[in-house]
Design a protein around this ligand. Sequence first.
Ligand code: NAD
Length: 420
Amino acid sequence: MAAPHDLHHAVLCELDRALDALDLDEDLRGAVRDLERVVVVQVPYVSDEGRFHQLAGYRIQHSTARGPAKGGIRFHPAVTREEVAGLATLMSVKTALLNLPLGGGKGGVACDPRTLSDREQEQIMRSYTRAIAPVIGPDLDVPAPDVNTTERHMDWLADEYAEVVGRQVPAVVTGKSLANGGSAGRDTATATGCRHTIVRAAQHLGLPAGARVAIQGFGNAGAHLAHLLAHDGFRVVAVSDSRGAVYNPRGLRIPELLADKMTTGVVTSYDDAEVIDPDELVDVDCEVLVPAALEGAIGAREAERVRARLVAEAANGPCTAEGDAVLADRGVTVIPDVLASAGGVTVSCFEWQQNRAGERWTERDVAARLEERMRAAFDATWDLATERALPLRRGALVLGVGRIADAIQARAREDLNLSA
Ligand code: NAD
């Protein structure tokens, strides 16, 4: 993995380039770049041994210009204000790019879930929910799962929020269990969305049938994606998790690999492959590389070693600005995170819409709507990037940022009318 980097700074640099391309004036630039609300909270809990602990928690709303802020809650030791701010900003661009009636936000608690029992995690989630309750709600800010948080955490959030406000408000959070108002198709949404973008890009680039894929990260996003791509006829030749990686140039048998990972917790328990160091995954000879772990994984040094023609950013912010520049120089096409990982937030939006309308959509319905949204966003990005000779990331940013700027201006004009 590359050295840790300031994700917020990197995202703002990218935003600036899009703002330059849009030629917006200074005040509007500021309105697009700045964070709307930053909430830092104390998250106290009592450990199973009866000791008091306090953690730092964050909820950041980058923009609500197009609708309520939307974005996940992360439990990870590396959670910082800068990281959450960068991720919140990316969420605004992502929701705008997918043309969802939502803005962007993100949250996190700086903790290591590997050292916490279920009871401790529940206590932390409930404590964090009480702390951020005044700034979330179906019309304000709607959290969701992210790294190391699952539907269980979202159910705890929904339950605790109901305690605080005195009534059930399912649309306050998405990524809930099906029994608790979750949407069909949510668990595979990020992977499914990423798959649509890879299939589309592979067609445009003329990648061969059975194109080889390497996937970094074998969690919710990476594991489901491996399964879907293998089903589509791609050859998944390497996957990694935080503890190891496996490589077989003839292809990995994904159902078996999934079963082994489920049983043992590590991908290296799969025996029909060479075990390699997780850092060597970027060196693997393949057509498609999918970073689906944490951000900052592909810096300049890693980018020099990439052999793939296509990189699909299933994770948020996996390529540093330097890494991205090297990939562009080397002619590698990058499907940016705001597009490649937007399936999750799209189905989250569907869940929020279903909860508000009191509806339940079928899995087929969700899948069809997701495919339509992903294709529309991919094609709009591809066309704009081609027309203006921009990398896809810049094209996606120009589209998303332009829509946010339009909404900010439209709102300002409405305010003016109301007070006139
Ligand atoms: P997850 O916790 O389920 O999985 C993360 C995986 O990355 C795990 O397999 C872990 O072992 C692996 N990993 C960690 N460090 C690694 C390393 N150094 N080398 C290789 N693998 C490593 O998380 P997830 O939900 O799959 O999310 C992954 C990324 O996708 C994150 O950046 C997240 O923000 C992004 N994302 C996820 C969703 C979603 O709906 N799950 C939506 C949008 C974006």
